[in-house]
Unconditional design. Structure first.
Lengths: 297, 762
């Protein structure tokens, strides 16, 4: 690890200034569970860490039954699963929040950090995508909002420009007929990185799928919103056949690599398996069934 | 004093709190990383990015010019070497020549991570920055990664001065080769044996390199003083073995090297060789300051010694009534960059649990462009047991026999000759098999889809080696015990317990301490399942000596003949009746109070090297569930049965069984050195080098069978290693029972299992 400086802005404006000044060597610090690892391994040259946790907006959780949920980008996972409104209304967020790392990591790791780290395997990103999350960005040229599915541009890369950072992530209010589920496949039972992950969200009219979103991760340079999977479902009854068609669409959309974490064949296969399993469980949640998150906290 | 069947012990078999426990759980215990000395410098290592490359040029001038950098060291800084001397490394013997070339690459880098140069600076960040300023010109050579390709006579050579040594009396090869050693065991008539067989199963198996996975990285701090004395503080399995390696590598007299053992955060065989200690010593000599070096996790995985990746072929023939009539085993072990894999132990252990008349076992120790392997818990045995126990499972299935029945029918017992011809002493092999078969786990019905049960056996010879100790009696009747074997897994406690037992004292009366190499006689490593075994002999000798001296002192105080006095097991010294008819007796504590002033205090020392080692047998039962859609194997239930001879401290013995099983589970399911074609390990972090976590295993039931070792005062057999032997095959046999698929290549990762399941479908 190289020697580096840490600054602690308390306002958005101050943070923008410090990030802008620091240029390429400056990085926001949320929980630090990615960025400190990266700094230690010298994957990137970092000389200033801008700790954004002292900025009130970055750790706020705001819930409104009409307009939905906004979470500060640096809110740690344990604050999410400790929040009754989030638990009640966004079980898929809890799926992701409870399985990142372990209890210790969840005390620090944030959804904003996970998104901005922009790893293809980030375990909150498919969830954010299927819940129609929007990243609210602040920067030297003002504010802008980007849908999460458009946020990542490649492994470790995203749309943020010089001096920009994510303030919060917003999700629309859930639908009474809706349900969502996130699952990942890892070789162990905890402390691991997804070989493949997936989230599905559905809204049902009786047996018919009125609306659906499916997202898969770790099988392409960025987490994917699989339009073909939604197309295979929307307007059709939710049956083994339509679910299988959606699973096949995920498998087709996946363009994984072979590496030490998984093979192409395995990841394509898992894209289908996890699409099927998340859809089945999202539908059960939509019908009011309580499917607990299985994270290790 | 030889153990009878069920002697009544007072202290042995109880579960007292360990003397080092409170300090360890409160963080007060001092490990290698806690060493802080005034003026200390920090060292870092530049390592080869290539698996195989000629080093054309090293230019360290820019690094040396960096502000804060104090010295740089490389191969040329090692003193002229006398290659013919061989240090006694216990289970990890290696020639100094190879050892030196592993410390620093000489003319070639032989694996990714091979040390090229070391830098020390006033802070670790500067040392790290300096590494980037060292210029190295490499001529990259193609890496040799496959053990069987490396055996090919036409394969490129790693070393031009390596010749094959034939351990079976065949001398040394004429031409240089990649094969360090070869051996063959033969008995009976192998051809006739297979001819007699009604059924023969012949399969090939592979395992991957696997790391011991101790959480504490290697570390060493060295101070080379102006008068030429070297002191090294580090965490190792044996300070004396560290001292010997430094003596050889640095050409220093043993008396001028002092090694101070810090607490150790796990070793499992891997903390016997030195890596950075000699570098730190050289850097300290150059700068006149203490130099501290600690490896990163990546360095631990890429540049210390994992266990061999292996190829094993097992061909076993049986008659229809289940008699195993012939077995042929061939094995090739990756040694890594330098010779010295545990292939001979693997060869010896392969058929250890069985009595087979006709057999042939042949093995090769082969160099490849990977890190030099080190000992790892029962080195070599898990791989060969994996092969043999898988084939036996298949035979049992074909013969429609209960897998334990088949093993019992062919079980080795006292007098059975091992593959190397030595007869077994009293062992608990059959008792273990019977306990497995009779266990509630084995007899329970396994219900549910995609589930299966597997069993396997394991054998390990265990070790003896040297242990030295001193005991000094204090005036208040307590004892300070001084030992040179570092405490891994509760050794302080088991030393104290055995001494307390032998003297009739309480456990708390003995205060044990692990001391440096200047303060006690040479002691071998804590390893080879030897330490509690040898400790028992040492404590027994100390006790005999103390008893004799106390008897003499009491006789002197009473003015009676020496042989009229005796020390009883209740720690009371009794003499003849006094003239007035009163009883002459004095307790240990009272007598201790009288020593001072009656001739001085009393101490004893013991130097033992016991050879009456009791071999160990283990039998494991495991239930698994396999997700047919993902290939993931979940362990539902696990029982480890083992003959432990006598459990001195049952909790620590159970811990050994559980820990061994857990590491075996890792080898079976998730742990592997994943190399790309360039010979670069792609998973050198604990994220991607997957050891099982607490959520990956249920509680492992440890069942202790106690068939006393007649060669030990308390019946102890080594217990630490054999529990890693059975898990590999027990688990793959269970996977077979669950899915019909036989995993012959480990790890049986989800990727590998899914691949088998998907290819079964089509
Ligand atoms: C032991 C361990 C286990 C882990 N397990 C998992 C797991 O199971 N699943 C998983 O997906 N990940 C896992 N991770 C990775 C990591 O914990 C997550 O990605 C986490 O969500 C990152 O959040 P953070 O707040 O710690 O981010 P940080 O490390 O603080 O930041 C991550 C990146 O985002 C940038 N950044 C942070 N906040 C902002 C912002 N507001 N605006 C712009 N850029 C920002 C940083 O500069 C950095 O580049 C694990 C990490 C560890 C160490």
């Amino acid at each position: 690890m190289q020697a580096l400086k840490v600054v602690r802005p308390t306002t958005i404006a101050e943070a923008i200034e410090q990030l802008n000044e620091g240029g390429d060597g400056a990085r926001p610090l949320a929980g630090g569970t990615d960025v400190i690892v990266i700094a230690r391994a010298r994957v990137r040259d970092i000389d200033v860490l801008v700790d954004v946790k002292q900025i009130p907006e970055l750790t706020a959780i705001e819930w409104d039954p009409d307009s939905g949920l906004t979470i500060g980008a640096a809110t740690p996972c344990y604050e999410l699963y400790g929040n009754a409104d989030v638990v009640q209304n966004y079980p898929a967020i809890i799926d992701s929040a409870t399985l990142i790392g372990g209890t210790g990591i969840q005390g620090r790791a944030s959804f904003g950090g996970n998104l901005c780290n922009s790893s293809p395997s980030g375990d909150t990103i498919p969830t954010q995508i299927v819940l129609e999350g929007v990243a609210n960005i602040a920067g030297p040229n003002g504010e802008r909002s980007v849908p999460v599915e458009d946020f990542c541009t490649g492994p470790g890369r995203n749309v943020l420009g010089q001096g920009e950072f994510v303030v919060s992530i917003s999700f629309p209010a859930p639908d009474a007929s809706g349900g969502a589920r996130f699952l990942r496949f890892i070789p162990r039972n905890e402390m691991d990185i997804a070989v493949c992950n997936a989230a599905s969200a559905v809204k049902l009219d009786g047996d018919t799928v009125r609306w659906a979103r499916v997202s898969i991760g770790a099988v392409a340079p960025t987490p994917l919103l699989v339009q073909g999977a939604a197309d295979a479902l929307v307007g059709k009854p939710l049956t083994d056949e339509t679910i299988e068609a959606a699973a096949e669409a995920s498998k087709d959309a996946a363009t994984p690599i072979d590496d030490m974490r998984g093979s192409i064949k395995q990841r394509k296969h898992l894209s289908a398996v996890l699409t099927r399993r998340t859809l089945q469980q999202a539908a059960r949640r939509a019908r009011g069934e309580d499917i607990p998150s299985v994270g290790g906290h | 004093m030889v153990a009878t069947d069920k002697p009544a012990y007072r202290v042995i078999g109880s579960r007292p709190v360990r003397p080092d426990g409170a300090d360890k759980v409160t963080g007060r215990a001092r490990y290698g990383a806690d060493v802080l000395l005034p003026g200390m410098l920090y060292g870092r290592v530049l390592r080869s990015p290539h698996a195989h490359a000629r080093i054309v040029r090293i230019d360290t001038s820019k690094a040396e010019a960096l502000d804060g950098v104090r010295a740089v060291a490389s191969w040329d800084d090692l003193p002229p070497k006398n290659w013919d001397e061989l240090p006694n490394l216990g289970e990890g013997a290696a020639e100094t020549r190879w050892m030196a070339r592993n410390v620093f690459a000489s003319d070639k880098a032989l694996y990714k991570g091979h040390a090229i140069a070391a830098v020390c600076a006033t802070d670790p960040h500067i040392a790290e920055d300096a590494l980037g300023l060292i210029e190295v010109e490499y001529e990259v050579l193609p890496p040799l990664l496959d053990v069987r390709e490396a055996m090919d006579p036409n394969a490129p050579l790693l070393h031009d001065d390596l010749y094959t040594t034939d351990l079976s009396g065949g001398g040394t090869s004429d031409e240089p080769t990649n094969i360090g050693k070869h051996l063959e065991f033969r008995s009976g008539d192998i051809e006739a044996g297979f001819e007699e067989a009604d059924i023969v199963v012949d399969r090939e198996f592979e395992t991957s390199m696997a790391h011991q996975g101790y959480l504490e990285p290697h570390n060493g701090t060295a101070m080379w003083s102006e008068d030429g004395e070297l002191t090294v503080w580090n965490s190792s399995q044996g300070p004396f073995v560290v001292r010997e390696q430094l003596h050889m590598l640095l050409d220093l007299p043993l008396s001028k090297v002092k090694v101070v053992p810090m607490e150790i955060g796990g070793g499992f065989g891997g903390k016997i060789p030195v890596y950075m200690e000699p570098m730190a010593a050289i850097l300290s000599k150059k700068t006149g300051r203490p130099v501290k070096m600690i490896m990163t996790r990546q360095e631990v995985l890429e540049a210390t010694g994992p266990t061999s990746g292996t190829w094993v072929r097992a061909k076993i023939g049986a008659t229809n009534d289940g008699r195993i009539v012939a077995a042929e085993i061939e094995l090739a072990f990756e040694a890594g960059a330098f010779p010295g894999s545990p292939f001979s132990a693997g060869a010896l252990c392969a058929l250890g649990p069985y009595d087979i008349e006709n057999q042939r076992v042949e093995g090769w120790d082969v160099c490849v462009n990977k890190p030099k392997v080190a000992a790892y818990r029962a080195p070599g045995a898990p791989a060969t047991a994996f092969a043999v126990e898988s084939v036996l499972d298949e035979l049992a299935e074909l013969l429609e026999r209960d897998p334990i029945d088949l093993r019992l029918q062919n079980a080795a017992r006292e007098g059975t000759r091992l593959s190397d011809g030595t007869p077994l002493p009293v062992v608990g092999n059959i008792e273990v098999m019977e306990r497995v078969q009779g266990s509630e786990h084995y007899r329970s019905e396994l219900q549910g889809e995609n589930r299966g049960r597997g069993v396997a056996m394991g054998y390990w010879r265990n070790g003896g080696m040297e242990t030295s100790a001193h005991a000094a009696i204090n005036q208040d009747g307590t004892i300070n015990l001084v030992v040179g074997t570092v405490d891994i897994g509760g050794l302080r406690a088991t030393h104290s317990m055995q001494l307390a037992e032998a003297l009739g004292l309480e456990y708390d009366d003995i205060r044990p301490q692990v001391v440096d190499t200047s303060a006690v006689g040479r002691s071998s490593v804590t390893g080879g399942s030897r330490s509690t075994f040898a400790a028992g002999w040492a404590m027994h000798e100390l006790a005999q000596d103390l008893r004799t001296q106390l008897e003499a002192r009491a006789a002197q105080i009473w003015g009676v003949e020496r042989d009229e006095v005796s020390y009883g097991d209740d720690a009371v010294v009794r003499g003849p009746e006094a003239e007035d008819g009163s009883e002459r007796s004095v307790s240990f504590k009272e007598l201790a109070g009288q020593l001072y002033g009656s001739g001085g205090m009393i101490q004893a020392r013991a130097d033992v090297s016991p050879t009456t080692v009791g071999p160990a047998y283990a039998g494991h039962v495991v239930d698994v569930e396999v997700d047919p859609e993902t290939g993931k194997v979940d362990i539902l239930r696990y029982t480890a049965v083992q003959d432990v001879g006598k459990a001195i401290h049952p909790s620590y013995v159970e811990g050994q069984l559980q820990g061994g099983a857990l590491q075996g589970i890792g080898m079976a399911l998730t742990e592997e050195y994943f190399y790309d074609d360039d010979g670069v390990m792609r998973n050198s972090s604990l994220l991607d080098y997957r050891m099982p976590t607490a959520l990956d295993t249920p509680m492992i039931d440890a069942v202790l069978v106690e068939v006393a070792n007649p060669g030990h005062p308390y019946g102890v057999r080594g217990v630490g290693e054999v529990p890693i032997v059975p898990p590999l095959a027990a688990i793959t046999n269970a996977i077979h029972a669950a899915t019909g698929v036989r995993m012959q290549k480990l790890p049986a990762s989800p990727r590998a299992v899914l691949n088998e399941l998907l290819s079964e479908e089509t």
